[in-house]
Design a protein around this ligand. Structure first.
Ligand code: MN
Length: 281
């Protein structure tokens, strides 16, 4: 599967430190929004990115591999966060998964960072927030309009932390050519309404320009929180029934050796912008 992507993060003018972190490295794209006193939030979101980095470079991942990473984040947090302090982080993102030759996005979420998909029918939120307002909306006690200024709108009900076993939610959606995935922290969605986000994603083809523009707009709108955005575009998918025996297509690996195209899914996953994943400190 061919993907291209862009990412941007900003501390914003209000917060003292950026406790968001991101990973944008195939086959994993995620955002983590850390929380905790004495900058422990930045430690927590950084630990999440570091543990997920173990999956980068693979052609695809399995749900078990992703779930195991969540366990390792908790173990690492218990080592890293001083006793008596608590720290946690949201984690939301996507990873490429293959089922019977077809490419899927394994969507994962704990907390209130979000994953959206933009397809032919527009933009839809795939992940479901673990938040007080989402629970109130689920029970019909709150409308989406009322959620925007609800006093508990920043209170989340699940996180990856030192206190309990992680309970991420998972979804599996087909990775269709032309689809665009947005992963973002709540610093984006608390500043910009979904229709504004959708317009930007529809107007800017370059994923890096789209990611940067969204972050810039959220900061301009007040930037009350750290803002982090990852935009991933799906290019052409490898057809499952591709006959490679007749005319084996070859692709040259960085080392110069030709590699069979279908066995080189990762090599076919090219960044539009070659840059190292960022871990805000
Ligand atoms: Mn946040």
């Amino acid at each position: 599967m061919h993907t291209s992507w862009g990412s941007a993060t900003d501390r914003g003018p209000v917060r003292r430190v950026n406790e968001d972190a991101l990973l944008a490295h195939p086959p994993v794209f995620l955002v983590a929004d850390g929380m905790g006193g004495h900058a422990a939030g930045a430690v927590a979101s950084g630990v999440a990115v570091e543990e997920f980095r173990a999956l980068t470079g693979k052609a695809s991942v399995t749900p078990d591999e992703v779930h195991a990473v969540f366990g390792r984040i908790v173990a690492a947090l218990r080592r890293r966060v001083p006793a008596g302090q608590s720290a946690g982080t949201t984690v939301a993102g996507v990873a490429v998964a293959t089922l019977e030759g077809d490419a899927y996005w394994l969507v994962f979420n704990i907390g209130d960072s979000r994953v959206y998909r933009v397809g032919p029918d527009g933009m839809e939120q795939v992940s479901v927030d673990h938040s007080v307002v989402q629970e109130l909306m689920d029970t019909g006690l709150l409308t989406p309009e009322g959620a925007a200024d609800h006093p508990d709108r920043f209170v989340i009900t699940r996180a990856v932390g030192t206190d309990a076993a992680p309970e991420p939610d998972y979804w599996l959606i087909p990775a269709l050519p032309g689809d665009r995935i947005l992963v973002c922290s709540d610093g984006l969605t608390n500043e910009l309404a979904d229709p504004v986000i959708e317009r930007v994603l529809g107007a800017l083809d370059d994923p890096q320009e789209a990611a940067q523009d969204l972050v810039d707009r959220a900061v301009a709108a007040g930037g009350h929180d750290n803002v982090t955005v990852v935009v991933v575009d799906v290019g052409s998918a490898v057809p499952a029934d591709l006959d490679t025996t007749a005319h084996p297509p070859v692709r040259t690996t960085p080392g110069g050796a030709p590699a069979p195209w279908v066995d080189d899914l990762d090599g076919a996953t090219l960044p539009r912008h070659d840059r190292t994943p960022e871990v805000p400190s």
